[in-house]
Write a protein that binds this ligand. Structure first.
Ligand SMILES: [Zn+2]
Ligand SMILES: [Zn+2]
Length: 352
């Protein structure tokens, strides 16, 4: 099947139309016409080779919502016409201890990313959701529950699950005093999901001007991280902090906000942090943890939760042709809070 997508040819080139081959259906494959795809920071980092190792041509996109067009003979869970979602993972070994416990994202044999990975059968590069269609192993395809708008659900698949997994791991719920650092693609979902779980959410931001927005998203209060007096007054007040800041930063102002046995979870791939004094960890037995997306079952749970609670990402719809402008705005933090590409914009476009 020939598919049209948008690809980076190298680290310097803007994304351009590119026609490529999607594999023929294997017995357990699902073919999906892509309707919408969210735009994640990882897409930009990969296209520009910021983390090294990008396989070109690179077709980013791992917040995919689409409609099933065909299924392989062994597929029983999906039928043509079903509205489905695909996140950051498209395959794993399914048998190692991590996979067996539903944490495919930590597969010991190496998980296969939706783009920029290597297919487990053929070794071919995987290409993501900035395209008209995709073929995915059925166990990595998620049904989109009734009640979730397909046009806005995409960002649940990466931004959403990235914050949901630590919220669940550290049991955020009624009585939890939750801090969320940064109000962006991930942060706005962390506030919404934390509030929907019943936690008392404190939005932690550099700008007092964001307080109104944070309240609209569900935060009980806003803490301005540049206000030393406010930070001092909030010392020891939080059980859990989800740190969504996407660039290198200093944890020193934030660790004292945690109470005894409190945990700060880093969810951004930000390289080294600034040095901080270990006394900040010893006092109160505080922890720093990391977290990366989530497993298939956990993502299903999140989609169901969002449908049930009416939680949806705030998105701005764009055309595929406008992706470079969207990247530029995303780099400046100028988006509320996630771009989603309407793949109908690809129709009628000819490949280069
Ligand atoms: Zn992502
Ligand atoms: Zn595995």
């Amino acid at each position: 099947m020939i598919t049209l997508g948008y690809a980076a040819r190298n680290a310097e080139s803007p994304l351009r139309p590119w026609s490529f081959q999607r594999r023929d259906l294997r017995p357990d494959d699902v073919a999906i016409e892509i309707l919408y795809c969210g735009v994640c920071h990882s897409d930009l980092h990969t296209a520009r080779n910021d983390w090294g190792g990008t396989l070109y041509p690179s077709v980013p996109g791992h917040e995919i919502v689409g409609r099933v067009t065909a299924v392989g003979p062994q597929v029983s869970g999906f039928r043509p016409g079903d509205v489905v979602a695909v996140g950051t993972l498209v395959d794993s070994c399914r048998s190692c201890p991590a996979c067996a416990s539903g944490e495919e994202q930590f597969c010991e044999k190496g998980v296969v990313g939706t783009y920029g990975g290597r297919d487990r059968v053929t070794g071919e590069t995987t290409w993501g959701g900035y395209s008209a269609a995709i073929v995915v192993r059925d166990s990595f395809v998620l049904p989109l529950p009734e009640g979730l708008d397909p046009a806005v659900a995409g960002p649940i698949l990466c931004a959403g699950i990235t914050v949901w997994s630590p919220l669940r791991r550290w049991e955020a719920g009624p009585g939890t005093k939750l801090g969320v650092i940064g109000i962006g693609g991930l942060g706005h979902m962390a506030i919404k999901l934390g509030a929907a779980l019943g936690a008392e959410v404190t939005a932690i931001t550099t700008s007092a001007a964001k307080a109104e927005e944070a309240a609209r998203l569900g935060a009980a209060r806003t803490l301005v991280s540049k206000d030393p007096e406010a930070l001092k007054a909030a010392a020891g007040s939080l059980d859990l902090i989800i740190d969504t800041v996407p660039v290198k930063h200093d944890l020193t102002p934030y660790l004292p906000l945690l109470g005894r046995d409190g945990t700060l979870v880093i969810v951004g791939m930000i390289g080294p942090t600034e040095p901080f004094h270990t006394g900040l960890l010893l006092r109160g037995r505080r922890r720093i943890s990391g977290s990366a997306v989530g497993g298939v079952a956990e993502t299903r749970e999140l989609l169901d939760f969002c449908a049930e609670k009416g939680v949806a990402p705030d998105v701005e719809m764009i055309r595929m042709q406008d992706i470079e402008a969207a990247f530029a705005r995303m780099e400046k933090g100028d988006v509320k809070y996630r771009f989603v590409i309407d793949m109908a914009s690809l129709k009628g476009e000819a490949a280069a």
